[in-house]
Design a protein around this ligand. Structure first.
Ligand code: DON
Length: 356
């Protein structure tokens, strides 16, 4: 009896010691490189967590009907309003999706930070954007004429319409066809996939973009546009009409998250030194007059578009994309915002800290 008890106690003792040693080793490993489920020492949440949060965000917001599809571009009003997709692509190239993530919608203003990145790369310096366009928030709507007139030296920032048109005009090319082709090639490298223009939306916007032409002429009148103004508007309109799926957009964002290297194709698309500059303008102006509230809630650099897409970037970790055509007053997708905010909060990836 006694020996058996001793043996049992000894076993318990040695098992406990081994368990303790294992725990100590695990703790040391976690302290050094993050949780073992976190990919390769890079702090990316586990596969289970990422898949879980994408499915939860989709289920939680799929029945939200608030907002309305954009109709100032007539063709956009025809996009089925109930579409909803959520996607995460990590800096390791893992893909997590729920809902309508293979539907091609027009990229619209989500294109703007990527073209600004191309301009930085073309001129070999981020200063070109700061000096020729500007990097301040406007606090106004995306197409505010007032904002374009308030600061007479620059077009304020590359994410509002005037700054985005100026940005397009800076892309190095000998003709408008070549300028668009260079933008398209760059976007395809970011997405690691073939993309196409959604021609009906392009034609619809080209026929109704008088306000953007006004922006271009205001810039032209004060030497703030760097190609023929109407050519710049046309290339800009075509750029906005490029079709992307939520999955493709998430790869574009993940290329920023991965310091300019596409995590799927492994191609270096953008020099790493431009990535923080692109993310900085996304942080201060990605949501126009709602940029402050977005920083306050989701705490991530992101860009919205009237096609219903939003891409948010968690530097070094992932891109989070929401797609849903119904927009709020500021022109930002209601369900996409909710889904990304929920994911940012649940994963604790808010750049300003975790409120939990
Ligand atoms: O220039 C325009 O009005 C559109 N092509 C893009 C606007 C846009 O996406 C604003 N973002 N929410």
């Amino acid at each position: 009896m006694i020996p058996t008890m001793r043996k049992h106690d000894m076993n318990k003792y040695s098992t406990a010691r081994v368990a303790r040693a294992v725990l100590l080793l695990a703790a040391a490993f976690i302290a050094a490189v993050g949780t073992p489920l976190n990919g390769l020492a890079d702090g990316i949440p586990s596969t289970q967590e990422l898949n879980g949060v994408v499915q939860e965000a989709y289920a939680k917001f799929k029945d939200v009907k608030d907002g309305a599809t954009a109709d100032y571009i007539p063709e956009l009003a025809k996009v089925p309003a109930d579409l909803f997709g959520v996607a995460i692509v990590t800096a390791d190239g893992d893909v997590f999706t729920a809902g309508d993530v293979d539907y091609a919608f027009t990229i619209q203003s989500v294109s703007k930070p990527f073209t600004a990145a191309l301009v930085m790369q073309d001129y070999g310096s981020p200063n070109v954007i700061a000096e020729k366009i500007g990097v301040e928030p406007t606090g106004q709507k995306f197409n505010s004429i007032l904002a374009t007139q308030v600061v007479p030296q620059v077009s304020v920032n590359p994410l509002v319409n005037s700054g985005a048109i100026a940005s397009v005009s800076l892309v190095k090319a000998k003709s408008k066809e070549e300028r668009f082709e260079r933008i398209m090639q760059f976007f395809q490298q970011l997405a690691g996939d073939k993309l196409s223009v959604i021609e009906e939306v392009y034609r619809s916007e080209a026929a109704t973009n008088q306000r953007n032409r006004a922006h271009a002429y205001i810039l032209f009148a004060s030497d703030r546009i760097y190609s023929d103004p109407m050519e710049a508007v046309d290339v800009y309109t075509r750029q906005c009409s490029i079709g992307v799926t939520a999955k493709q957009l998430a790869v574009m964002g993940a290329t920023l998250a991965n310091s300019g290297v596409n995590p799927i194709t492994h191609q270096r698309v953008l020099d790493a030194r431009y990535v923080p500059k692109v993310l900085a303008v996304m942080m201060i102006a990605g949501f126009y007059n709602e940029s402050g509230m977005w920083a306050y809630t989701a705490g991530l650099p992101a860009k919205t578009g009237v096609g219903g897409g939003i891409v948010a970037v968690v530097p070094g970790k992932m891109a989070i994309v929401g797609f849903s055509p119904r927009l709020n007053e500021a022109g930002n997708s209601v369900r996409a915002m909710k889904a990304i905010e929920y994911i940012s909060d649940t994963l604790g990836v808010n750049l300003f800290g975790n409120a939990h």
